[in-house]
Design a binder for this molecule. Structure first.
Ligand code: NAG
Ligand code: NAG
Ligand code: ZN
Length: 422
């Protein structure tokens, strides 16, 4: 009897372990009180997405039950939308490991392959243009941070700055930048929109802002967000590179706890990646017509600012807020027309949540770039099927073209038709 009870316990313990897996829970708050409760989860959990009516929380199968019962007690609705992320991650790696030889524009690629492809693009530069790959900085683990420049080598041409994967796990953003590079390369003098986007502007594209983090996600920690810096808690490495920049650093919406996913770093711009970006953004300054930093996920076209007004403790409103919102509206409206998706737009502080140390706020407040944005690409998580790459490209391209059109007050009217007919 004793023996069989022991066996039973052992079997259930073992099977609980075998089935221990990552799960994604969506929670749907309706009142401010419920939202307040869910905000507290951000201290202890990896909250992937949060908006007024939805929070996505990553949990393990062994700790999901306490939260489910706590939500039930409070009458907050929720649903497990992915019951086995480990399975998805495994399938993704299996698929990718078969991709042995080539850079694949319709799938995700490792950093080595990404840097090789940037060199290849530069080597076959569009006739009449100058392409170069330069190293704008070096990460903590001594990886180069590479930028592709497509330019005319004419002084003071306006620059479109496009970067991706500041947060390591946001792979779809990097894949989207490659589709944009390819579109620019293949469609010059073929597609009139591409022709004018190249004839009028230089492009500076950084597909991976956080190379250490990106490599780390390819080595098995697929859901890593931060960089890889060692900090005061050796068990919790990494800094959130989008909370580390010199704009309202250390204020709301960034954590002082190294174990948090939104750890701001030990001091302002402590990270070499942050320093590299700030230096190059500042040196280009107002020559940047639009600063675009892709993130994932949630269908947002976010603009500054993230922080609160010191006096009112409400979201800070910039003097040109109406003008930058007009441009964000143009972008989000254009994107919505491509696939009939919904895109929220506006200052990050009131559109998502108050935050500080973000790079688009730095670019605007400290480097003099008038129009800066974080588009949060499509998806319901970080592990997305490769079939999402092409639609993500179409949406982001539509948003970029429409926003540049709005900035110039000369909309590219037929962009949507062109994209639909491709
Ligand atoms: C990176 O991907 C390429 C294929 O694109 C592959 O040949 C190479 O072995 C990979 N490198 C590493 C370090 O995994
Ligand atoms: C990550 O952040 C730490 C600071 O905590 C920094 O020292 C390190 O260089 C960063 N890693 C990368 C890859 O930038
Ligand atoms: Zn991000």
């Amino acid at each position: 009897m004793l023996k069989s009870t022991f066996l039973l316990l052992f079997v259930s313990w073992a099977s609980a372990n075998v089935h221990e897996r990552l799960q994604l829970l969506q929670v749907y708050p309706q009142t401010d009180e419920e939202r307040f409760y869910l905000e507290q989860l951000k201290n202890e959990h990896d909250v992937w997405y949060s908006s007024e009516d939805r929070y996505d929380v990553l949990l393990t199968s062994s700790n999901i039950n306490w939260l489910l019962s706590s939500l039930q007690k409070r009458g907050i609705a929720s649903a497990i939308v992915n019951d086995d992320l480990d399975r998805d991650i495994k399938e993704e790696f299996e698929r990718l490991s078969k991709n042995e030889l080539f850079f694949d524009y319709d799938d995700f690629n490792n950093l080595t392959s990404i840097y090789q492809e940037m060199d290849k693009i530069a080597a076959k530069c569009i006739p009449g243009f100058v392409c170069a790959v330069d190293i704008i900085g070096t990460s903590v683990e001594k990886q180069p941070i590479k930028r592709l420049k497509i330019s005319k080598n004419v002084a003071n041409r306006k620059v479109i700055w496009l970067d991706a994967t500041t947060h390591a796990r946001e792979w779809l953003t990097t894949a989207t930048t490659f589709k944009i590079m390819k579109h620019l390369q293949d469609k010059y003098k073929v597609d009139p929109t591409v022709t004018s986007m190249l004839d009028k502007y230089d492009w500076h594209i950084i597909p991976v802002v956080n190379p250490d983090g990106y490599i780390y996600t390819w080595k098995g920690s697929r859901l890593w967000r931060k960089n890889r810096s060692i900090n005061s808690k050796p068990t919790c490495p990494g800094v959130d590179l989008n909370r580390n920049a010199d704009s309202a650093w250390g204020a709301v919406g960034a954590s002082a706890d190294p174990c948090s996913e939104t750890y701001r770093g030990p001091s302002v711009a402590s990270e070499p990646e942050t320093q590299a970006l700030q230096k190059h953004i500042k040196s280009l300054g107002s020559n940047i017509i639009e600063f675009i930093s892709l993130h994932a996920y949630g269908n947002y076209w976010l603009i500054p600012f993230g922080h609160l007004d010191d006096a009112t403790k409400k979201c800070y409103v910039a003097p040109d807020a109406a003008e930058t919102l007009r441009v964000a509206d143009a972008a989000a409206n254009a994107i919505e027309k491509v696939f009939n998706t919904k895109w929220k737009r506006g200052p990050s502080c009131n559109t998502i949540y108050p935050n500080s140390g973000g790079m688009i706020d730095y670019a605007k407040a400290k480097a003099g770039v008038k129009y800066t944005t974080v588009p949060e690409v499509r998806g319901n998580g970080f592990i997305v099927p490769p079939a999402q790459i092409e639609p993500s490209f179409k949406e982001i391209w539509a948003g970029i073209v429409a926003s540049i059109g709005a900035i110039e007050k000369k909309p590219f009217l037929d962009i949507i038709q062109e994209l639909k007919s491709q």
